[in-house]
Ligand binder design. Structure first.
Ligand code: MG
Length: 395
């Protein structure tokens, strides 16, 4: 592409013009869509959208993305309309991702595509479903939601006659596949070097910032955690004292919002400053240098990392391991295990499309794909159908 081909009428920004802006406007360490390593099945480029914008759009238009709406974050979907689910979690994470990527001069479209895709492989009922499938598939290479996510985008989505999956770019697939793969993936895996792109690192960090904070918000709202429990913690306690000093008896939603906002803002601001300094100090000057670097460039300072760990262990002790949450987790695990065993015992119960996949990759993997793809509510209704309504489970 010569510079003159990028020039169209003033203000008209087709793909070539946008690639031109990327080549001059982004940081040296940013991924550039025109330098993409390409797709598993080559396709002509789009007239208006860059490779990574197309990836983002393909993720949003996928069936697996819509199903996130009825998959649990921590609470099940019928618990209340204001709690997070996987879809709202994904949107919050993607929005934080974009902020960080934009400020660091990274490729916002690639970072957003990775963030929007990152939970597509989640089972029903959060990590409870994942644990059960990992057990059921222990002799088949196991199960984990990152690798399942790659199966969704590479194999399970059906959009084209010519090839399976969404045919995403190599960089988006690299961002999804966090740590290798110890089962046979039927198509070529993206190459993983010491690190992944900065866009992928940002999406990871933003995912954690998003879930820690919205889970804190949900747990306080559900009164499984209380403001009094936070008061003694160094970072979170300071935020409560701030809001209480600013307002006399602010209502709970305002106090919650102040704490969560303050925490997100503190973490994001620190992450941007620390990461920028690390990129400079480590002399990183290209996406390749980022991938070959011994350490991650995207990171928090020691002080804010302590705040992150404080929040995380507080949530683990008080919320994720709360008796109310744990009792629901136990019942959810039973639902997933019952479904997996019932389909294994009688594969004739599987939908035709799933039965067709059993020959290609083995029955256990095909059943795991099917069960993992279920939403919480579909899993509960299938459970009633398959095991009989007398064995129905309420969560
Ligand atoms: Mg996530």
């Amino acid at each position: 592409m010569t510079p003159t081909e990028r020039v169209g009428p003033p203000g008209f920004r087709n793909r070539a013009a946008q690639e031109g802006s990327e080549s001059t406007g982004l940081a040296a360490v940013a991924s550039r869509s025109e330098c993409s390593r390409g797709r598993l099945y080559p396709e002509p480029e789009h007239e208006f959208r860059t490779a990574y914008q197309r990836d983002r759009d393909r993720v949003i238009h996928s069936r697996a993305f819509r199903r996130l709406q009825y998959k649990t974050q921590v609470f099940v979907h019928h618990e209340g309309d204001h709690y997070r689910n996987r879809l709202t979690h994904t949107l919050e994470g993607a929005q934080i991702t974009r902020t960080i990527a934009r400020v660091l001069g990274l490729n916002e479209d690639l970072a957003e595509a990775i963030a929007l895709a990152h939970d597509l492989g989640h089972t029903p009922f959060g990590h409870a479903g994942e644990r059960v499938l990992a057990e059921m598939l222990v002799s088949e290479g196991g199960f984990d939601h990152n690798r399942q996510c790659l199966r969704v985008v590479d194999l399970l989505e059906q959009r084209h006659v010519e090839y399976p999956g969404l045919n995403l770019s190599d960089e988006t697939r690299e961002g999804i596949l966090k740590h290798g793969c110890n089962w046979t993936h039927p198509v070529e895996l993206p190459e993983l070097l010491a690190q992944r792109s900065l866009e992928a690192q940002v999406a990871d960090a933003a995912d954690e910032i998003a879930y820690l904070n919205h889970d804190l918000d949900d747990a306080l709202r559900a009164e499984l955690l209380t403001f009094e429990m936070i008061e003694d913690l160094p970072h979170l306690g300071n935020l409560i004292r701030e809001v209480d000093a600013e307002y006399v008896s602010a209502p709970d939603p305002v106090r919650r919002s102040w704490i969560v906002r303050g925490m997100i803002n503190g973490l994001v601001t620190d992450l941007i400053a620390t990461s920028f300094a690390r990129i400079e100090a480590q002399g990183l000057d290209s996406p390749d240098a980022v991938r070959r670097n011994a350490t991650r460039a995207i990171s928090l300072s020691d002080e804010l990392d302590r705040a992150r760990r404080e929040l995380k262990s507080f949530l683990f002790d008080g919320f994720y391991n709360h008796p109310t949450v744990l009792s629901r987790t136990g019942r959810a695990e039973a639902v997933v295990e019952d479904l997996f065993r019932a389909f294994s015992k009688d594969p004739a119960r599987l939908p035709e499309g799933v039965r067709g996949r059993c020959g290609e990759e083995g029955e256990a993997r095909a059943i795991a794909d099917y069960v993992a793809g279920m939403t919480d509510r579909f899993a509960l209704s299938e459970h009633r159908k398959v095991l009989g309504s007398e064995h129905g489970v309420d969560l």
